[in-house]
Design a protein around this ligand. Structure first.
Ligand code: TRP
Length: 337
């Protein structure tokens, strides 16, 4: 059986929220149980340094993200689950790739262009003000993450598609110069994924500060659900589920039958207070068991570390010999005969 290699990275700067769960974590964990795929999932801690220079936050986020994935039942016998910084071949490859990448290609990266645009808009003289080389080179590090493991498919959000295109360009360029070493990866964007709404009705996202963290304690979960914005319709008045944040969140978790039943309650004019209580209880029941495992893992970080070290070892069984080949291909090899 030839397995498809699926690879994705999670930047370690925040605490996983319901939107991350529905959009990325849940499908990735489901895929980890599929023996037709070989997933590589990693904590992108070097990427975290691009946007976060708070060491404690990077460490805490790494811990929370790893605990989240493990608590949710990631199958680490199939999936290779590791921390980017434990696989030094990634940064080594990033250098080699950067020597085969046109600067002009990086000038076109959205993240860099947005930073330059923000400087221009604010009347700043230096267009590169506040732009680090880490930000500028970010797509090359990401290409190294992907190409090192010869990933076929890369599940990402829409905002990352350009980076996969760049990884394809960069890999193709390297192959052209040094021989066919790299698989050219495909981006995999899930359409239904990105639409979980946050507290204020906009897309749930850390940058809008409207998230519901996945494993907040029960009391806080209740408080947050009660804060979700609704309109001023009274109990008894029919309501539109399709423009409702409560409904959009419920729909991401419930079965088709459950969703159909709730739609009828909207037509009948369910009150917002009742619907919020109902959504809270539903989410709480759904998340309770995993939340307990999560809390237990946070109390035993050495178990998390052990799982990550095991993952790094498996990743390196692949990356060490592969990198040796890459090194040789560019002319860096032993002089002895
Ligand atoms: N940059 C990605 C993000 O912000 C995370 C990431 C880093 C990644 N390396 C990757 C995703 C490699 C896919 C493949 O979401």
């Amino acid at each position: 059986m030839t397995q498809t290699t699926v690879l994705t990275g999670i930047t370690t700067t925040g605490t996983p929220h319901l939107g991350n769960y529905v959009g990325a974590i849940r499908p990735a964990i489901a895929a980890s149980h599929d023996r037709n795929v070989r997933p590589f999932y990693f904590l992108a801690d070097y990427h975290a340094l691009i946007k976060c220079q708070d060491p404690e936050r990077v460490r805490q986020s790494t811990l929370e993200i790893a605990a989240t994935w493990l608590a949710l039942g990631l199958d680490i016998r199939n999936a290779v689950f590791y921390r980017q910084s434990d696989v030094p071949e990634i940064t080594e490859l990033a250098w080699m790739l950067s020597c085969a990448t046109a600067k002009g290609l990086m000038n076109r990266a959205h993240a860099y262009k947005a930073a330059v645009q923000a400087n221009e808009d604010s009347g700043e003289q230096d267009p590169d003000k506040g732009v680090t080389m880490g930000l500028f080179n970010y797509p090359i590090l990401m290409a190294a993450d992907i190409l090192l493991f010869n990933a076929h498919r890369v599940p990402v959000g829409k905002d990352q598609v350009q980076h996969i295109e760049m990884a394809r360009d960069i890999g193709g360029r390297f192959n052209h110069i040094y021989g066919e070493h790299f698989v050219i990866p495909e981006a995999e964007v899930s359409e239904e994924a990105a639409i979980l709404c946050g507290l204020d009705g906009r897309k749930m996202s850390k940058s809008y500060d409207n998230t519901i963290p996945l494993f907040v304690p029960e009391k806080q979960l209740r408080k947050l659900v009660m804060k979700i914005k609704t309109n001023s319709l009274e109990p008894g008045q029919p309501k539109d589920p399709d423009s409702c944040t409560l409904y959009s969140i419920y729909k991401a978790f419930a079965t088709k039958e459950e969703v159909a039943a709730v739609r009828r309650r909207y037509e009948e004019g369910i009150g917002w207070g009742e619907m919020k209580q109902f959504l809270f209880e539903y989410l709480n029941n759904h998340l309770m068991a995993a939340r307990e495992r999560y809390e237990a893992l946070l109390e035993a970080p050495e178990k998390i570390e052990e799982a990550l070290q095991e993952g790094a070892q498996r990743a390196r069984e692949y990356s060490v010999p592969f990198m040796q080949k890459i090194r040789a291909s560019v002319g860096i090899r032993s002089l002895a005969r």
